[in-house]
Write a protein that binds this ligand. Structure first.
Ligand code: PLP
Length: 391
């Protein structure tokens, strides 16, 4: 073999079957090969296991899929290159022109746009309600045959918590599927409910370190398999290296989650006592309007704390700029604490009533609580809040 050939066909290292790596290696290969064509055909026809092309399946992705499905208490999972891709895949796979979807004003804004703008272009109709209005959900489903109800719990950013037992029973009673964006609750929450599909942004708590994006759809094999065919054509696949990093992130998922939840509760309690804070939204606080439902249906209350600062938009910006440990940026679930000022999260393109449902006020600040020492976080918050009437 000449060197020119050798470099494209490097030596093969075979790891003996009784000598396993402790950490699964990355299958950073787009293609997988069989020596016999018939074996490839058998794979295509589902007669044997294996891999062929990483847009369709890959062992590194499969390991993460199996783990996430198990954590969420379902039998199948499909990975995507981002959280929004995980939300769009089921919509594209399950809906057709003429179908009707119910969604909610409080949801993550790109989800609202996905349903209200993009799907509409393809002839899917929709109704937006407040997630507090389950009577409205019952009424709409009774009046309009509906294929899908899209839920989110807790909602981002104001942490409203829908009664999942009731919402899923209403949907099931009217023959509608449910898709729950479970990103803010984590993989270990809400598996006990009659939810057809869970969507997660893996960019948040699976990554945990703010350095990799990904998404997951988790549900019954029959629904996920239907989507797997479509994902092969549409191609929003996760890269194996990203899957490897997410798998690595998952090893510390519970440790990070629990520590960040503890910090978040301490921040929420502290803010609730501060004179410049008008309202704290954190379902782990006894006075929170969603505390009872969250206590019933969640193991813990998450790592996001949202609050309203006295002085509105300008005060919210000044507060966030004065923080030293919290960075002003998007996303959540990182080891570092993050802040989103009110100016960056005012709802757009909504009626006055829908804006009221979102419950985002002129002083609403969202904090994503990280792994820093709680004393440092509280000191940073106090310094940035300053004294009452300081603005
Ligand atoms: C609730 C929720 N769903 C979905 C997403 C989208 O995830 P990604 O940024 O990975 O596309 C986010 C991102 O902030 C989110 O907060």
């Amino acid at each position: 073999m000449k060197n020119r050939t050798r470099v494209t066909h490097p030596p093969v290292v075979v790891v003996p079957a009784d000598n396993r790596p402790l950490v699964a290696p990355i299958y950073q290969s787009v293609k997988f090969t069989f020596d016999a064509v018939d074996e490839t055909l058998d794979l295509f026809h589902g007669k044997r296991s294996g891999f062929y092309y990483s847009r369709i399946s890959n062992p590194t992705l499969q390991q993460l899929e199996l783990l996430l499905a198990e954590l969420q208490g379902r039998d199948a999972c499909l990975l995507t290159g981002s959280g929004v891709a995980a939300l769009s895949m089921p919509l594209l796979a399950l809906l057709k022109a003429g179908d009707h979807v119910v969604y909610f004003a409080e949801m993550y804004p790109p989800t609202r746009e996905l349903v209200g703008k993009l799907l509409r272009r393809y002839g899917v109709t929709s109704t937006m309600l407040s997630i507090d209005d389950l009577e409205g959900l019952e009424r709409v489903l009774a009046a309009t045959p509906t294929r899908l109800v899209m839920l989110e719990a807790p909602t981002n950013p104001v942490l409203k918590i829908v009664d999942l037992e009731r919402a899923t029973a209403i949907a099931r009673g009217h023959g509608a599927l449910t898709l729950l964006d479970n990103t803010l609750a984590g993989f270990h929450n809400h598996g006990q409910f009659d939810v057809d599909l869970f969507a997660h942004s893996l960019t948040k708590y699976a990554s945990g370190h703010g350095d990799v994006m990904g998404g997951a759809i988790i549900g019954r094999a029959e629904l996920i398999d239907a989507m797997r065919d479509d994902i092969g054509i549409l191609g929003p696949t996760l890269d194996p290296h990203a899957a490897f990093l997410l798998q690595r992130g998952m090893k510390t998922y519970f440790v990070r989650w629990e520590a960040q939840c503890r910090n978040a509760l301490a921040v929420a309690e502290h803010l609730a006592r501060h004179p410049r804070v008008q309202r704290v939204r954190y379902p782990g606080l006894a006075q929170d309007p969603y505390a009872a439902v969250a206590g019933r249906q969640m193991h813990d209350f998450g790592t996001i704390v949202t609050f309203d600062i006295e002085g509105g938009l300008a005060a919210g910006s000044r507060f966030c700029e004065a923080l030293q440990l919290f960075a002003i940026t998007a996303s959540l679930g990182s080891t570092e604490s993050l802040a989103v000022p009110p100016a960056l999260q005012q709802p757009r393109g909504m009626t006055a009533e829908q804006r009221r449902w979102t419950d985002i006020g002129p002083g609403t600040v969202r904090l994503s609580i990280g792994l820093e020492d709680i004393d440092d976080l509280l000191e940073d918050l106090d310094r940035a809040l300053g004294s009452p009437g300081e603005d």
